[in-house]
Ligand binder design. Structure first.
Ligand code: DAH
Length: 385
């Protein structure tokens, strides 16, 4: 199926605002720094700004919906679009301004890439909310690359993309009870615009920066799929954005999830592939089904180690990803046991290596696996068995 939404021509130019940015030099090796050279290679790739990549196509599609739906009396789009904001942000922007409590797991070094105690790679595009409010924006979309330390499988990659949106009004313009229905209508319209006639359902959710908070799910290919989080902005978040007489709503949507569903893309690593068999399939403004090219064989390797209490699976995943790059497809815990006398815990993981573009030789995979083993050996959290 091919759907074109471009044919009528875009009625509005996107007021994309680009800002040049600099990335600080990380203090590699310091205790409060866990960004790696490999992860930093993703900064500046801006896949979301490539109109021919599935992520860029979805981003433009969302922007286009807002440009068409929210038009002021002069026929101009009410929304400002931002897509080039610095992914390096402060803990204030990413967490404090959004009322994310100090003990929230999302702040941990096991989950987030830090340059130092106060500087990190944004974990969500909500990190720009208060900054954009302080700059005088009331209606905006902010799209960008986000970073999280996570497990390794076909749906998780340490880099992903989000679009954040906010619509804020002076209190004198609309009553409080206008906000939630307006948010729901806007998002149901967005779903219909992107996915066509699908069933939707609203679930209560909880985010520190919105109240009430909701999650929107859609019925897609026979099952419920979580699409986005949203809610009515808390007064204190608006205050942090220097807005004292205002109220409004916000939402955040992950672009990979939407693109994987609409384009039928089976593995999140593919977005980062420069393989022509992938990139040549997409055209600006069109949603097409991805024709998968033949898969090269996978190569499994198991690895077992003792763990100490500070072990976190994300640290192990990051170690594997940092060593093997995109050649690692999945990392799965296959066995675990506790020594009956010492109480020590042992874990066995299966690492699945596979390349999209060639057959990996056993020797090559052994070499990567040896490097993984060496790094485990050097880690205070794990002890090879
Ligand atoms: N920032 C949230 C996340 O990454 C998503 C989100 C939820 C954004 C609710 C919002 C919101 O603006 O209102 O999980």
């Amino acid at each position: 199926m091919m759907r074109s939404w471009w044919s009528a021509g875009r009625q509005f130019s996107t007021h994309t605002i680009s800002q040049p940015f600099t990335v600080p030099k990380p203090a590699f090796g310091s205790k409060s720094c866990n960004v790696t050279e490999r992860i930093l290679r993703n900064v500046g790739k801006n896949l979301h700004n490539n109109p021919k990549s599935p992520l860029g196509i979805i981003k433009l599609r969302i922007e286009d919906y807002f440009n068409r739906r929210f038009v002021d009396s002069n026929g101009k789009s009410e929304f400002q679009m931002f897509d080039s904001m610095n992914p390096v942000v402060s803990t204030k922007m990413c967490f404090d301004d959004l009322l994310i409590p100090i003990d929230h797991p999302g702040r941990n070094m096991t989950d987030t890439f830090y340059f130092d105690e106060k500087t990190l790679l944004r974990t969500h595009t909500s990190a720009h909310e208060t900054e954009l409010m302080r700059a005088g924006n009331l209606c905006f979309l902010a799209t960008g690359d986000c970073y999280r330390r996570d497990e390794i499988d076909s749906r998780h990659y340490p880099v992903f993309h989000q679009t954040e949106a906010a619509r804020i009004f002076k209190k004198s313009e609309v009553p409080e009870d206008f906000l939630l229905p307006d948010l729901k209508q806007c998002l149901e319209g967005l779903v219909a615009d992107i996915f066509g006639d699908v069933e939707t359902r609203w679930n209560p959710d909880s985010f520190p920066f919105t109240d009430p908070s909701l999650e929107l799910e859609i019925m897609y290919n026979g099952s419920w799929m979580e699409l986005l989080g949203c809610g009515v902005l808390r007064k204190d978040v608006l205050k942090n954005g220097n807005l004292h007489d205002h109220h409004g709503w916000a939402f955040g949507i992950g672009l990979e999830r939407v693109a994987m569903a609409l384009f039928d893309i089976p593995d999140i690593r593919l977005f980062h592939s420069s393989d022509e068999r992938f990139t040549s399939q997409f055209t600006e403004g069109k949603i097409v089904k991805f024709r998968s090219f033949s898969k090269f064989p996978a190569c499994y390797k198991d690895i077992s180690f003792w763990v100490n209490p500070s072990f976190h699976e994300n640290n192990f995943s990051e170690l594997v990803r940092d060593t093997a790059g995109d050649l690692v497809e999945t990392v799965k815990l296959v066995d675990e046991f506790k020594h009956p006398e010492t109480g020590q815990v042992s874990k066995c993981y299966r690492i699945n290596y596979r390349s999209f573009s060639r057959v990996l030789t056993n020797d090559e995979v052994d070499e990567i696996q040896d490097r993984v083993r060496e790094r485990i050996e050097a880690s205070p959290e794990m002890d090879l068995r």
